[in-house]
Design a protein. Structure first.
Length: 284
């Protein structure tokens, strides 16, 4: 069975919103909203890509398997961020981590990852494979630079070496590819993190006009489930575009592969990834 793993999260979902400006009769006008969080405080968001969601796999995306899992920590004062990739087959507290979404929902998955990482997760955001396609297309594609060619008939990945812009369908194939990578689940999750970082950079550099903003926000709201209060969404947008791409650190976790019964699992070695965040060492 083909599993799809997808995600564009809060950094991507609303990074181009109010921070990109509002239209006035005279053109674009910059706006500034004062966030109601303490600028000293760390923000941690769990990004989830569910393997359920219409039309291909109907069902409640919040009760599927979490085939993409990323923790994004943001230093709201210094305007820095760290993306930590967690492979879906990671064996945590007696289960594959992707199963916790189906058995406990997004809040339960967040609690498991809090216990594992020692971090307090403030919010979560989730989408489906169709959501990924639509959001990437709404951004007119995402640029990716590939150090080597990529081919996997199962996921549909077929990319040449070099820099290219992926449309929604291509971004989905890029995110799903596992068999075409030498490090399997680790490499797949790392590529998802690369996609997150690349999309954030594209949104930060792109100046959207009001019609484009309206279309983008409509697409995002229709394809994303989140517990972020609506009143905070524009604050997140402002924060997202204020973070330079050079101040976003991407941390793919390493580890080993083993078996539990008949299932292949991943044993993570998080190294200092979570300790750095707990100590306030976020971004570059």
């Amino acid at each position: 069975m083909k599993r799809v793993l997808v995600l564009l999260g809060v950094m991507l979902l609303l990074a181009a919103a109010l921070g990109a400006g509002l239209a006035t009769a005279g053109g674009l006008r910059r706006v500034s909203l004062r966030p109601d969080w303490n600028g000293q405080r760390r923000l941690v968001v769990l990004l989830i890509g569910s393997d359920l969601g219409p039309p291909a796999r109907p069902g409640n995306l919040l009760r599927g398997r979490a085939d993409a899992i990323h923790i994004v920590a943001v230093d709201a004062k210094r305007k820095r961020a760290t993306i930590v990739d967690i492979p879906r087959d990671s064996y945590i507290f007696g289960s594959k981590v992707n199963a916790y979404l189906s058995t406990r929902g997004p809040d339960g998955l967040a609690r498991v990852l809090e216990d594992y990482s020692g971090l307090e997760i403030d919010y979560w955001a989730a989408t489906s494979f169709a959501g990924l396609r639509r959001m990437v297309d709404a951004m007119d594609g995402v640029p990716i630079s590939l150090p080597r060619s990529m081919y996997d008939a199962g996921s549909g990945a077929d990319f040449s070496t070099g820099r290219q812009r992926l449309n929604g369908e291509e971004a989905l194939s890029f995110s799903r590819n596992r068999k075409g990578l030498v490090d399997g689940d680790f490499g797949r999750t790392r590529n998802q993190g690369r996609l997150l970082r690349a999309a954030h950079g594209r949104l930060r550099d792109h100046r959207w006009d009001l019609p484009a903003l309206t279309r983008l926000l409509g697409t995002l709201s229709r394809n994303t489930e989140t517990n972020i209060p609506a009143r905070k969404l524009f604050e997140f947008a402002q924060l997202g575009v204020s973070i330079k791409r050079s101040d976003v650190r991407h941390v793919p976790l390493s580890g080993g592969v083993g078996m539990v019964g008949l299932e292949s699992v991943v044993y993570l070695n998080p190294g200092g990834a979570f300790a750095d965040i707990r100590a306030g060492r976020i971004g570059r």
